[in-house]
Write a new protein. Structure first.
Length: 243
C-alpha cells in the first residue's frame, strides 16, 4: 500500500509539471494585457512543484523506514565471560582410594567372596552330577526300564540347568560389580563435592590413576588424596555406627 501511495504522488508531480508547460504556452500566445499575470504564474509554479516533489520524497523515505522497521531485530551474541586469575587445581589418586577407602576395601572383599561362593557352588553341583551319573552306569542295569528312563531324564534336566547357570552367573556377577562400582563412585563424588563446597578451595579436582590412563606428570603439591581418604573413612564409619 505504501509503495502505491508513493507512485501516485510521483504521478501527481509529473502532471503538475505538464500543467506548467501548458500554462507557459498559453501565456506566450496571449496578448500583452495578460503578460503580467503569466509572469507571476511562471515564478510560482516551479516553487510549488519543488515543494510537492520534496513532500513526495519525504513520504517515500518514511515508507521505507517503516518497512525496514518491520524486520526482525538482529540478535547480538553475548560475549563469553572468561574467568580471570589463577585456577586452583588439585588431584586425587583413585588407586589409593581403592586401596585405603574402607568402603571400597570391604566392597572388593565381599565381591571376591561372592564370586568364590558362586564358583564353588557350581563346581559342587557339577561334581555331584558326575558322581551320580557314574554310579548309574554301574548299577543302572538293576533298575527297571521305567526307572532307567526317569533317571536319565533327571540327569538331562540337571545338566541343562547347570549349563545355563554356568553361562548366566558370570554376566549376573559382572552386573552386580558394575552396580557396586557406581555406588562407590557416587559416594566419592558426593563427598568431594561437599568437601570442596565447605572449604571453597579448588576450581578443578582431577582423578589420577596408574592403572587407568596414567598421567605423565603432575606436581605432587596438588595431591589431596590423603585428606580425602581420611574424610571418606570418617564419614563411612559414622554411617555404619548409625545403622
Amino acid at each position: 500500500m505504501e509503495e502505491n501511495t508513493n507512485i501516485n504522488q510521483t504521478e501527481q508531480t509529473t502532471n503538475q509539471f505538464d500543467t506548467q508547460q501548458v500554462e507557459e504556452q498559453t501565456c506566450n500566445s496571449s496578448d500583452n494585457a495578460t503578460n503580467s499575470s503569466c509572469s507571476k504564474r511562471n515564478i510560482l509554479l516551479p516553487v510549488c512543484s519543488l515543494i510537492v516533489a520534496c513532500v513526495a520524497l519525504i513520504v517515500a523515505i518514511i515508507g521505507l523506514c517503516k518497512k525496514g522497521g518491520n524486520d526482525a531485530p538482529v540478535k547480538v551474541k553475548a560475549e563469553k565471560v572468561v574467568q580471570s586469575g589463577n585456577l586452583k587445581i588439585a588431584y586425587i589418586n583413585t588407586d589409593t582410594i581403592m586401596a585405603k577407602y574402607t568402603m571400597a576395601v570391604e566392597m572388593q572383599k565381599d565381591l571376591k567372596a561372592k564370586q568364590a561362593s558362586i564358583e564353588s557352588s557350581l563346581k559342587n553341583k557339577l561334581t555331584q552330577l558326575q558322581k551320580e551319573e557314574q554310579e548309574y552306569l554301574k548299577t543302572g542295569q538293576n533298575l527297571t526300564l521305567t526307572q532307567q528312563q526317569a533317571k536319565e531324564k533327571d540327569f538331562q534336566q540337571r545338566e541343562q540347568q547347570l549349563s545355563q547357570a554356568m553361562q548366566q552367573q558370570p554376566a549376573q556377577f559382572q552386573q552386580e560389580v558394575a552396580q557396586q562400582n557406581e555406588k562407590l563412585l557416587n559416594a566419592v563424588l558426593a563427598f568431594v563435592k561437599d568437601y570442596n563446597a565447605k572449604h571453597d578451595k579448588y576450581n578443578v579436582i582431577m582423578s589420577v590413576s596408574r592403572v587407568n590412563g596414567p598421567t605423565l606428570y603432575i606436581d605432587e603439591g596438588m595431591d589431596i588424596t590423603d585428606e580425602i581418604v581420611k574424610g571418606l573413612n570418617e564419614e563411612y564409619e559414622n554411617v555404619k555406627k548409625n545403622k
